[in-house]
Design a protein around this ligand. Structure first.
Ligand code: ZN
Length: 239
């Protein structure tokens, strides 16, 4: 089996998405999985939805996609203006595509969910060892890819979790792994470059890839759209 590229948390940042897809293409990788949060925060949700749809790859929704698509009314004041702006941008057809996505996908040797296999529809963060244990109980495949926290991380069942600078990580034979692939469009690990993961089956390894992109242009687009300036400023510090 070939290499698999796993991308997540694009958040309407087309500049970051294009840079990551170009990096994937240069490596000759054609198998891609998208873990959702295609929209929210960033200025180009429409373009990002269309770019992902055109890939025709397995795609699951994140909490932002679900909030936008399902017209949930009890949004927090903090998030409401951006959600309403994003809803106005997307067509009814794009929203129904987002609403139609399954919460989990399973391939021959992996599964994927935006937040956690433990009650995926409640979008719980998978951060503590207890949260990882709950998830592992439900994981059937040796590897599960997750996003949501925007922080690359690796858990191996029975080992301490890893969140320090991740590079190339070996697949442990006979063990279950949770791989948080980080965020394409809004990294929060104090590293502003876009992040994604290559699951290399031939080499039995996970490669956490960082890709630099035109942050200034993504910031300008956020300001020009009238979205909160904090969504622009956080991109350059990776928070
Ligand atoms: Zn997100």
């Amino acid at each position: 089996m070939n290499d698999l590229a796993v991308i997540s948390d694009i958040h309407g940042n087309l500049h970051a998405l294009e840079a990551v897809l170009a990096d994937i293409q240069i490596r000759g990788i054609t198998d891609i999985v998208c873990l959702g949060d295609i929209v929210g925060y960033g200025a180009q949700p429409v373009e990002c939805v269309e770019r992902i749809r055109a890939l025709g790859c397995p795609t699951i929704p994140g909490n932002h996609d679900s909030m936008v698509a399902c017209d949930i009314e009890n949004l927090s004041e903090r998030i409401r203006p951006t959600m309403e702006w994003t809803r106005q941008q997307l067509s009814a057809e794009q929203k129904s595509w987002l609403a139609s996505l399954p919460l989990t996908v399973e391939g021959d040797d992996y599964e994927a969910v935006h937040a956690s296999l433990w009650q995926p529809e409640t979008w719980r963060y998978l951060i503590t060892a207890d949260e990882a244990r709950l998830h592992f109980k439900l994981q059937r495949q040796p590897v599960c890819f997750v996003g949501h926290s925007h922080q690359p991380r690796l858990w191996v069942e029975g080992e301490e979790d890893r969140s320090e600078t991740l590079g190339i990580e070996d697949v442990r034979p006979g063990r279950k792994h949770i791989v948080n692939v980080g965020s394409v469009g809004q990294p929060r690990d104090r590293e502003p470059d876009a992040c994604y993961v290559i699951y290399s089956r031939p080499r039995r390894e996970f490669r956490f890839q960082r890709v630099s992109y035109d942050i200034a242009s993504a910031q300008k687009a956020i300001i020009a759209a009238g979205l909160p300036a904090s969504y622009a400023s956080r991109l350059e510090i990776g928070r």
